[in-house]
Design a binder for this molecule. Sequence first.
Ligand code: RB5
Length: 142
Amino acid sequence: MKLAIGCDHGGYELKQEVLAHLKARGFEFTDVGCPDSSSCDYPIYAKKVTDLIRAGEADLGILICGTGIGMSMAANKEPGIRAALCHDVFSAKATREHNDANILCMGARVVGPGLALMIIDTFLDTPFSNDERHKRRISLYS
Ligand code: RB5
């Protein structure tokens, strides 16, 4: 599975921990930036991640900003993107099973790194249920 990950300045420090974790788990990933903690605009990095997913160059994405809210709003403007803002493990599991979410958004000012990594592992390790009712519901807005 190929991943794409992006952040703004609010998510930069947490992203460094996430990158180390993904490396340790052996995932193949593209880090689209931002490249440091200087102030920047989150929609730019949301678009870079959604472009990779829409092009089939990444299967799942992770977007981190201060709250995760701006990233999720920006990412969900793109066709075919189902970005889920999750700050708990239950939601991360449910959104993969029910919504086939293809991007996880998180706020680095909301969760600490320990919980963030648990949420990420849950999101990446949970497959879509493929249940007809969930496919039908997704098709109603996709
Ligand atoms: C940046 O200060 C902050 O607005 C951004 O990281 C994010 O939380 C936006 O939704």
